[in-house]
Ligand binder design. Structure first.
Ligand SMILES: Nc1nc2c(ncn2[C@@H]2O[C@H](COP(=O)(O)OP(=O)(O)O)[C@@H](O)[C@H]2O)c(=O)[nH]1
Ligand SMILES: [Mg+2]
Length: 254
């Protein structure tokens, strides 16, 4: 089964680094894999993209030509990228890989909330797709940050309906105990409630509590898989989760 895996998450959550580590891991397992960089604003990438958004749109040139700041130019770039969908698709078809890893823009809203990103997610390949949502572990140690991440993931799920996998990134920067705590928040809403109760921002936490309960009730949040791209840990488990959701999708559509 050929498939593509989109890697999404907040700016700095480790998408590009994980893309590089996952790519190497798949290659080591002799998988026929290519990688697409969909971030037109990427400067240095930790991998060599086979397909590269920067070949199609030039953010610096847009800034100059249209007198835009960096954010305006990135928005324009991601909208323009959709016009090059066919060409990127042809590149992928020509390579005919089993797996396409897709690294998405640093600014998550470009991919998740603009039509261009949605269009790319829909049309880049016809193969099955999975989406890995990265939650930065050091950031997610605070219950309010953790749940903000969950809200964002829920917003993405509501816009781009692909099987979603959660990965807890950069676990080399937190303790085992912190990893366990975050994983438990995701799987046992009561434990999250308790942690939230201890948070200082009480007014905020009432609103958060209601929203969190609503999201937990949807059952969309699954157990995050702890990974470290730096130490290349958790990649086997991550890949197993990807395979599992893709197989489930296949069975559902069979
Ligand atoms: N310690 C550690 N740092 C990481 C890890 N993954 C990413 N980083 C760092 O986090 C920063 C942002 O990573 P990047 O992959 O560019 O994030 P992106 O914006 O989501 O693509 C960089 O400085 C990375 O070196 C990890 O597993 N462990
Ligand atoms: Mg990146």
């Amino acid at each position: 089964m050929a498939y593509s895996v989109f890697i999404v998450g907040m700016a700095g959550s480790g998408k590009s680094t994980l893309t590089a580590a996952y790519l190497e891991w798949l290659k080591a397992g002799e998988q026929d894999v290519i990688v697409a960089n969909m971030d037109p604003g990427a400067t240095a990438l930790p991998y060599n993209p086979d397909i590269d958004a920067r070949q199609y749109v030039d953010v610096q040139k847009l800034m100059l030509d249209y007198q835009l700041g960096p954010n305006g130019a990135l928005i324009m770039a991601s909208d323009l990228l959709a016009d090059h969908m066919e060409e990127m698709r042809e590149e992928i078809d020509a390579a005919n890989p089993d797996v396409v890893l897709v690294d998405t823009p640093g600014q998550i809203e470009l991919f998740a909330f603009r039509e261009g990103g949605r269009f790319i997610a829909r049309h880049l390949t016809e193969d099955s797709q999975a989406l890995i949502y990265l939650m930065d572990a050091p950031f997610s140690r605070s219950p309010l940050n953790f749940i903000s991440n969950v809200f964002l993931a829920a917003a993405i799920e509501s816009r781009i309906t692909q099987p979603q996998i959660y990965a807890l990134s950069k676990i080399d920067l937190v303790t085992e105990q912190e990893i366990d705590e975050i994983v438990t928040w995701a799987t046992e809403p009561e434990s999250f409630d308790i942690a939230l109760g201890r948070a200082k921002e009480l007014n905020l936490s009432l609103l958060v509590k209601d929203l969190a309960n609503a999201v937990f009730r949807t059952g969309l949040l699954s157990e995050p898989i702890p990974v470290s791209a730096k130490e290349t840990t958790g990649l086997m488990e991550l890949n197993a989760a990807v395979t599992r959701v893709l197989n489930r999708g296949e069975e559902a559509s069979a």
